[in-house]
Ligand binder design. Structure first.
Ligand SMILES: [Mn+2]
Length: 307
């Protein structure tokens, strides 16, 4: 706990000065597009996790520093030890009371424990052509930092644009914010469906990954009431998983009380912005490698955030 207190103090010191916050964003940016001992970075932002790595997966935070600290109370001791990786599924900002602190905290973790932190992009880390509602983060920055808030926001947008959009553990898990790109339906390989090493993510692919939600209907997909992305049926999630011979799609993006299971057990939605949404639980997906049994085990965890 002592070390986590120290991290929090450092983060609060950084957010007290917009110059320091910009420096943190630049340091984090320098590490985002690189491979480490625990995972390989593929263009256009698809992370391939090495077998044997333990995953601890966290959903939307939306400025909820208390829920993040509640998670870190249990997980921080794993940092600095190698084989445990925390995967954040995006949506760090907008809505909550501690957006700047929450973003700075995950960036600080990234710069400090690079190979143990994966920060995925959510729809609230938007490209300029698809801004979500609400998107109060730029306003929060200007209220805090005055004119310099705009400079911080521009730096944040640059950072958001390079965040990876999906992570996968071959044979096991696919992780992303909203849903698979619909190209999985036609694609004959995961590489093809996710444009791995073939250039940039198309706008359609980015929108579908960041915005889509699962639906319990016997359809491939239908329009989403969100006005972006789609509602996808089990055929999409099972086809996406078949491309990596995976067992579960772990995603966030929807308000659920901790976690929710869908598509006959294939899709796990996890959510951690309990306080801004008035929920009593935060969720955590643990996917832990048992060396003795040579296999992974899934743990779904729910707990109350401490304020
Ligand atoms: Mn979202």
């Amino acid at each position: 706990m002592g070390k986590l207190d120290e991290v929090l103090r450092n983060v609060l010191n950084i957010v007290s000065d917009p110059r320091k916050l910009i420096e943190l964003m630049r340091n984090a940016s320098g590490k985002i597009k690189a491979s480490t001992g625990n995972y390989v970075f593929h263009e256009p932002g698809i992370i391939e996790v090495e077998k044997g790595v333990n995953l601890h997966i966290i959903g939307d935070l939306h400025g909820d520093i208390h829920s993040l600290l509640t998670i870190l109370e249990n997980k921080f001791e794993l940092m600095g030890k190698g084989k445990d990786v925390m995967v954040f599924l995006g949506d760090y900002v907008d809505r909550g009371d501690y957006q700047i602190e929450t973003l700075a905290m995950v960036l600080y973790l990234k710069t400090t424990f690079n190979d143990q932190i994966i920060l995925l992009r959510g729809n609230h880390e938007p490209p300029s052509w698809l801004i979500p509602q609400p998107h109060d983060f730029p306003k929060v920055l200007v209220e805090r930092y005055g004119e310099q808030g705009e400079e911080v926001y521009n730096e944040a947008l640059n950072l958001f644009n390079i965040l990876p959009i999906a992570a996968y553990l071959p044979g096991e898990l696919l992780m992303l914010h909203g849903g698979p790109p619909l190209r999985v339906l036609e694609a004959s390989s995961f590489q093809e469906a996710f444009s791995i090493n073939t250039g940039k993510a198309s706008p359609e692919m980015l929108e579908e990954i960041l915005w889509s939600d699962p639906v319990e209907l016997n359809v491939e997909f239908i329009d989403s009431p969100r006005g972006a992305g789609v509602l996808y049926g089990k055929r999409v999630s099972s086809k996406a998983l078949s491309l990596i011979r995976g067992k579960y799609l772990v995603r966030s993006h929807e308000m659920v009380n901790g976690y929710r299971i869908g598509h006959d057990g294939l899709v796990i939605t996890v959510f951690d912005a309990a306080i801004p949404y008035g929920l009593d639980s935060i969720g955590l997906v643990e996917y832990l490698y048992d060396t003795g049994k040579n296999r992974y085990e899934l743990n779904l965890v729910k707990k109350s955030p401490k304020i």
